[in-house]
Write a protein that binds this ligand. Structure first.
Ligand code: FPP
Length: 230
């Protein structure tokens, strides 16, 4: 079971409390731990969180720097508990535009958590689904490889810095009230169920995740087939 979450609403949540957006991001970061801890209990094997999109570089400099600092701190602070909880961390996306100390922190956390077998937590940082697909096409063309769906998924996994092929998403959740995909996991979401909630990310709790899973369980997934064939 692969659940992906677009953690939207930090900025509005902070603004509603007359605080800076960076504070909203910090509260958003705090909300992550309880979600990751509760995810295996509701049957989630892979959890992918959208932390920073390739388009987020266009935000004001101070916010971008604040977010990058927050990721580094988060990785340092959370790695011991991830190891303890059996979380395997993978950071997907581009690394060539990230500060060197963040890249080092990513490598350290990935290395420390690589034996985690309870859940795989994938953090998308400097991520763009379109960019990943274009790069797969480029690698395939340059090497003369004819790709099918399986090898495309494998190549994309390599491009996103994981050892595994990218897993299909079963359920995509977006908090914050907007209803769009924002260039997130476009290939992997081919048959994903979509769940939108107006809850702002800093307020998102395990109970909200359980509710999304309940709604998902009641959905009728047919993958293009008729119900009897499924
Ligand atoms: C969207 O809120 C959220 C982000 C752009 C980044 C997500 C980051 C976090 C949840 C915090 C840090 C994450 C980690 C992994 C430590 P927004 O700013 O777009 O909110 P708005 O739509 O209300 O403005």
């Amino acid at each position: 079971m692969h659940v992906a979450i677009i953690m939207d609403g930090n900025g509005r949540w902070a603004r509603a409390r007359r605080r800076p957006r960076e504070w909203g991001h910090r509260q958003g970061a705090k909300a992550i731990r309880a979600i990751v801890e509760s995810a295996p209990d509701v049957g989630i094997d892979v959890l992918t969180l959208y932390a920073f999109s390739a388009d987020n570089w266009k935000r004001p400099d101070a916010e971008v720097r604040g977010l990058l600092r927050l990721f580094r701190r988060y990785l340092r602070a959370e790695t011991p508990s991830m190891v303890e909880d059996g979380v395997r961390l993978q950071v997907i996306g581009r690394r060539d535009r990230l500060p060197a100390d963040l890249v080092r922190a990513i490598r350290t956390s990935e290395e420390a958590t690589r034996h985690g077998s309870r859940i795989t937590l994938r953090l998308a940082v400097d991520y763009s689904a379109r960019d990943a697909m274009v790069r797969v096409a480029r690698v395939a063309a340059e090497s003369g490889t004819v790709v099918d769906e399986a090898s495309f998924a494998e190549l994309m996994g390599q491009i996103l810095n994981t050892d595994d092929a990218v897993p299909d998403v079963d359920l995509l959740i977006r908090s914050g009230g907007e209803q769009r995909l924002s260039d997130f996991l476009l290939w992997e979401c081919a048959y994903a169920e979509l769940y939108f909630t107006s809850r702002m990310w800093p307020d998102f709790r395990p109970e909200d995740l359980r509710e999304a899973m309940r709604v998902f369980a009641a959905r009728d997934r047919r993958f293009g087939m008729v119900a009897e064939a499924v």
